[in-house]
Design a protein. Structure first.
Length: 378
């Protein structure tokens, strides 16, 4: 019964990882972080396969003792390597530091190299594990290094993700960082259980479930983001605004700012659509930076139109946000020395309260935007 459960759990993990890999590679182009996530998934699959084959070999024919030792060594090393790859993946989500910083790579590799060496020489002295003459696997005195090194990698990744979450400038980045930080929880629990309940692949199951959680959570969030600017898309705006209007109270004033880029068509015509996309990205970056410490919701509405939903207590807060957006945009443009100057036209509307609909609220801000453009000859 226990043997069958061991097999079933590993096969289930392989099915889950296969599903993740299939969905991941549906995309036409994968980012570097996606490739690392793919490599991580493949390594988890290899871990489960090693464990699956080992279940048929351990305590079997003594002639299979060398194969048992090889599978055991491979499993132990793979478990630590998976934790290291997860660390590299989280770092790749933070501006690709793990790929560019050679010192980080060397330092992070050291524990794995040490553990590989100890596992290899364990065939002679049994320091990490032994397989006795009856072909039965036993843990050695240094076996504890396997979960210790793995936990160290996971803790490093989680602490960095928590640090990034605390300093994130917008909700989406903060949510992604908290998701990455939480990856460690289930594998730690599963590995601890496996240390005491030897005979069940709880470590494999826990790391697979954690991988699935991160994949679904981040992928779902990506569906709600505009792929070019990484701002919330129109669907997410409508969802947020619908909830906001339903729960809005009179203590604060709710404003919707609609803006577009002045003479955006001229930028496209003169410099090309690639540069036009860069202009949209620059505006999105400025909006994220300006709204970073404010409780504001930012979305790309379509084309070169952006929307901010913002609750304030006074007109001073609202004017302060508008001025800050323009200031940040100017500073960023000066820093990159763009061949054109980005300017925004901004229209706004204050929520009138029930029974005003979301559609009417957006339409009033849109009308104010076009009044502004007509007034200024834009």
């Amino acid at each position: 019964m226990e043997f069958l459960m061991y097999i079933e759990l590993n096969v289930t993990c392989l099915v889950i990882v296969s599903f993740i890999l299939m969905r991941l590679h549906e995309r036409e182009r994968l980012k570097a972080s996606d490739w690392l996530f793919s490599i991580l998934s493949w390594n988890i699959a290899i871990l489960c396969i090693l464990d699956l084959v080992w279940a048929f070999v351990d305590k079997g024919d003594p002639a299979l003792r060398p194969l048992n030792a090889l599978l055991s060594a491979g499993y132990l090393i793979e478990a630590v390597a998976i934790a290291l790859i997860w660390l590299w993946y989280t770092e790749s989500c933070f501006s690709m530091r793990a790929r560019k910083n050679r010192l980080l790579i060397i330092l992070s590799l050291l524990p794995l190299v040490v553990f590989i060496f100890l596992t290899v020489i364990s065939a002679g002295n049994g320091c990490v594990f032994t397989v006795d003459e009856y072909n039965v696997y036993h843990r050695g005195p240094l076996h504890i290094l396997q979960p210790a090194f793995g936990f160290a990698y996971l803790a490093w990744a989680s602490l960095h993700a928590l640090y990034k979450a605390i300093h994130a400038k917008n909700y989406a980045e903060k949510a992604d960082c908290y998701t990455l930080a939480s990856f460690v929880i289930i594998p730690v629990i599963g590995t601890i259980i496996q240390q005491f309940l030897y005979g069940l692949p709880t470590a494999n199951v826990s790391v697979t479930l954690s991988l699935l959680y991160v994949f679904i959570t981040i992928r779902d969030r990506q569906i709600s983001l505009d792929p070019l600017t990484q701002l919330n898309n129109r669907h997410q705006l409508k969802k947020y605004l619908s909830d906001k209007l339903a729960s809005h109270y009179d203590g604060r004033r709710l404003f919707l700012l609609m803006m577009d880029i002045d003479k955006f068509k001229e930028i496209n015509d003169m410099y090309g659509h690639v540069e036009g996309d860069q202009a949209l990205i620059q505006v999105a970056l400025a909006l994220k930076q300006a709204c970073g410490l404010r409780n504001a919701f930012i979305a790309r509405y379509g084309g070169d139109e952006f929307i901010i939903v913002y609750e304030v207590k006074s007109d001073t807060e609202l004017e302060g946000l508008k001025e800050h957006i323009c200031q940040v945009l100017d500073e960023n443009q000066a820093a990159i020395q763009a061949p054109y100057r980005l300017r925004l036209s901004i229209g706004m509307a204050e929520y009138a309260g029930p029974p005003e609909s979301m559609v009417h609220f957006i339409a009033r801000a849109d009308a104010d935007l076009y009044r502004f453009k007509d007034t200024h000859g834009l």
